[in-house]
Design a protein around this ligand. Structure first.
Ligand code: ADP
Ligand code: GLC
Length: 480
């Protein structure tokens, strides 16, 4: 089985969020199953710098896009093969999708239209490569046009899988980009790329791909409802027989508290004492009071409405009064960044806020915090709640999407049976959140019960192996 995996970001080459984690780990897990999985992504200069064994395969000129190069390399450390599209005008900038002021780049339709066009070309019959994929696997709106190109350009289109990592980002552009994107006029239809008078890359993927997947079973159900379908529930419900929810895994080597180069002290379920050393070091690093007994609440997140951090902002003063310390690492909407900075200024030594992106600190918060907060409004899958469980930092989550599928609530029965791994709230509001964190803090103050919860969380298997097999099952169904 040969699979071309098209994506706009992949860890450790380029990352803004969980899509990169998945794009870095899933192709490798597929290769472990014997699949020849290769990645295609934009050749951002920082990504090219990190790749191994880079060689240029070809150069071409396309009238609407200009000069383009195609390079082949590997993920660092003898990893999966990657093809990079080199285009100085499109990809050599800081910010994958947005400028420093968080405005979308005005030419995103062309930038990711080109990615989609290359995905279709390299997966289709006209490909210049020796590698002939059985399946093209596309991810999110940035690659959504690829199944459309294949449909219009090939007599027998290569089968495609389109994975929705987040329905909230749809890649919507005015209709006049249809022509420069090289799509035929007939594609601009309700049975096609058209969406309320515009072009939607996401809808194109949902409409033209042979199979659809999304990143958790619960989210697969939610997006078929009007409340969560973001305008696309009709199409999704119509294709529900071809839609599968497959949970994301986590990279067990990258996220392993016993061997994590970002941590000052390693620890494991058998040797938990190292965790306290991480907490002390984190308090020191962030300027929090050196209080071993104050429960330290942590959050690592894009600061957007999706993640519910506005509700956390409302709840934090009460949580601080209950004796907690708090740290958040994130960046995003300016109002949320400001709200967090004001809270930190009002509670020095008790609330530490880092605005920005910091991979090492993300690991140290997962390890040094006692309780992780992730009360998302919606969450297709979510990775941080899995990282935190593996790091013995029980999460408080909202019962939606992948959070519902990966965290077992600490009810009295689940605590007694050893199934509990975190705290799950049914409503997202300040009172429910304060109540849940309050209960978590009460349990934290009973060391034996808390250690049992930590160990159950750490014992959960979040590895990719079984989940990659589910993707392979989908590929097998559509292979011609
Ligand atoms: P999403 O993709 O919706 O942002 P996920 O939980 O799936 O949410 O993945 C987020 C990923 O991005 C995780 O690997 C997380 O550690 C990382 N991350 C998010 N914000 C930051 C940040 N400010 N600094 C470092 N890593 C971050
Ligand atoms: C998106 C979703 C997140 C998911 C990630 C990887 O960014 O918001 O829930 O974990 O994609 O699939």
């Amino acid at each position: 089985m040969k699979v071309l995996f098209a994506t706009s970001e992949a860890h450790p080459l380029a990352k803004t969020g969980g899509l990169a984690d998945v794009s870095g780990a899933l192709p490798a897990a597929l290769r472990d199953l014997g699949v020849d999985a290769r990645v295609l992504m934009p050749g951002y200069p920082a990504a090219l710098e990190k790749a191994d064994d880079l060689t240029r395969i070809l150069r071409i000129r396309l009238p609407e896009h200009g000069e383009i190069g195609l390079l082949q390399g590997r993920f660092p450390g003898d990893g999966a093969p990657v093809y990079f599209i080199e285009h100085a005008g499109y990809y050599a900038r800081k910010g994958l999708y947005q400028d420093a002021a968080a405005h979308d780049w005005p030419d995103n339709a062309m930038r990711f239209g080109l990615l989609s066009q290359f995905a279709a070309w390299l997966a289709g019959p006209g490909s210049p490569l020796d590698f002939k994929p059985d399946v093209l696997h596309c991810n999110d709106w940035q690659t959504g046009l690829a199944p459309a190109y294949l449909r219009y350009e090939a007599a027998r289109p290569t089968p495609t899988v389109f994975t929705v990592h987040n329905l909230a980002y749809q890649g919507i552009f005015p209709p006049d980009v249809l022509k420069p994107l090289g799509l035929p006029p007939e594609s601009f239809s309700i049975d096609g790329v058209e969406y309320y008078g515009n072009i939607s890359f996401l809808k194109a993927g949902l409409y033209y791909a042979s199979r659809l997947t999304t990143v958790s079973p619960s989210y697969a159900g939610e997006i078929q409802t009007e409340a969560c379908g973001m305008g696309l529930h009709g199409l999704l419900a119509a294709r529900s027989q071809e839609l599968t929810g497959i949970l994301n895994g986590i990279d067990l080597r990258e996220w392993d508290p016993a061997h994590d180069p970002h941590l000052p002290a390693p620890y494991s379920a058998d040797k938990l004492d190292g965790k306290l050393a991480n907490k002390r070091a984190l308090q020191d690093e962030l300027g929090l009071g050196p209080d071993a007994h104050a429960p330290l609440l942590g959050m690592v997140s894009r600061l957007t409405q999706q993640k519910g951090s506005d509700v956390v902002v409302e709840a934090v003063p009460q949580l601080i009064e209950l004796g907690a310390q708090f740290t958040v690492l994130g960046s995003g909407e300016i109002e949320l960044e400001n709200a967090w900075s004001r809270l930190a200024a009002a509670h020095p030594g008790r609330i530490a806020v880092k605005i920005g992106y910091d991979e090492g600190l993300a690991h140290r918060i997962e390890a040094g915090a006692d309780i992780f907060l992730m009360p998302s409004r919606f969450e297709p899958c979510g990775l941080n709640q899995m990282y935190s469980q593996r790091y013995g930092t029980p999460p408080v989550v909202h019962r939606v999407g992948g959070l519902a599928d990966t965290v077992t609530h600490a009810s009295p029965e689940n605590l007694a049976s050893g199934a509990a791994t975190g705290f799950v709230i049914d409503r997202l509001d300040r009172a429910s959140l304060v109540d849940a964190v309050h209960r978590a803090m009460a349990l934290y103050r009973q060391p034996r019960a808390w250690e049992k919860l930590m160990r159950s969380a750490m014992a959960r298997d979040f590895g990719w192996a079984g989940r990659a097999q589910q993707y392979l099952d989908v590929y097998e169904k559509i292979r011609t």
